[in-house]
Design a protein. Structure first.
Ligand code: G3D
Ligand code: MG
Length: 197
């Protein structure tokens, strides 16, 4: 029987990265199991909803905010970061310039969402084996050096690692919520106000 209870968490995930790295394709593949070769340039923002997945013992709903990567939309990012629980920064493994731009994006995310918000570095288009210009090892090194919370490589075309990437960021977000809830509880204990004392 379908579980009709509300989810334990509703998470907002921001998809960031330069134009044409595959943000829309990856989101679409995860939600719809489809790869549409002629996706038009995402204008502004597009939403995808993953109704419910199970993470540890929690029911999680994901709101994926797919952002049009052109420069003229960059101005919207700081506002979009508000209320985000996680972020995926994507690059295209066949175009090195798309990896270089991560500093400016992740800086904004950390400043706006908080330093402990999970940010994953994701190299896409690994099906284009012949055209690959960024190795897995280099991607991992950049992820570690730049303080990303996670790393993966995907193909939105053949589906490699698509589910596991979203499941990983969902798990990281649940773990962060557990940490925040614990902190809140210990703060509550410390800050008990006793009238008359
Ligand atoms: P964006 O949302 O980051 O701007 P898109 O990127 O999802 O619109 O994808 C840009 C182009 O890359 C599209 O091609 C899309 O089909 C292609 N693409 C996305 N992901 C992959 C992948 O994993 N492998 C391959 N081979 N191609 C991919 P077009 O030709 O429609 O512009
Ligand atoms: Mg797009």
């Amino acid at each position: 029987m379908r579980d009709t209870r509300d989810p334990d968490y509703i998470f907002k995930i921001l998809m960031l990265g330069d134009g044409s790295v595959g943000k829309t394709s990856l989101s679409k593949h995860y939600i719809e199991r489809a790869f549409t070769p002629d996706i038009r340039l995402t204008v502004g923002i597009q939403f995808f909803i993953k109704q419910e997945i199970k993470v540890e013992d929690k029911r999680v709903k994901l709101q994926i905010w797919d952002f049009g990567g052109e420069d003229r939309f960059r101005i919207m990012v700081p506002t979009l970061c508000l209320g985000s629980h996680g972020c995926i920064f994507m690059y295209d493994v066949t175009r090195p310039s798309t990896l270089n731009s991560h500093h400016s994006w992740t800086y904004i995310v950390k400043e706006r969402c908080g330093k402990d918000v999970p940010i994953m570095l994701v190299g896409n288009k690994i099906d284009l084996v012949e055209k690959r210009a960024i190795s897995t090892e280099h991607g991992i090194e950049v992820a570690k050096r730049s303080g990303f919370t996670g790393f993966s490589e995907t193909s939105a075309k053949d589906g490699t690692n698509v589910d596991s990437t979203f499941e990983t960021i969902a798990r990281l977000m649940v773990q962060r919520m557990h940490r925040l809830e614990k902190e809140d509880q210990s703060k509550d204990k410390k800050s008990t106000v006793i009238v008359g004392k």
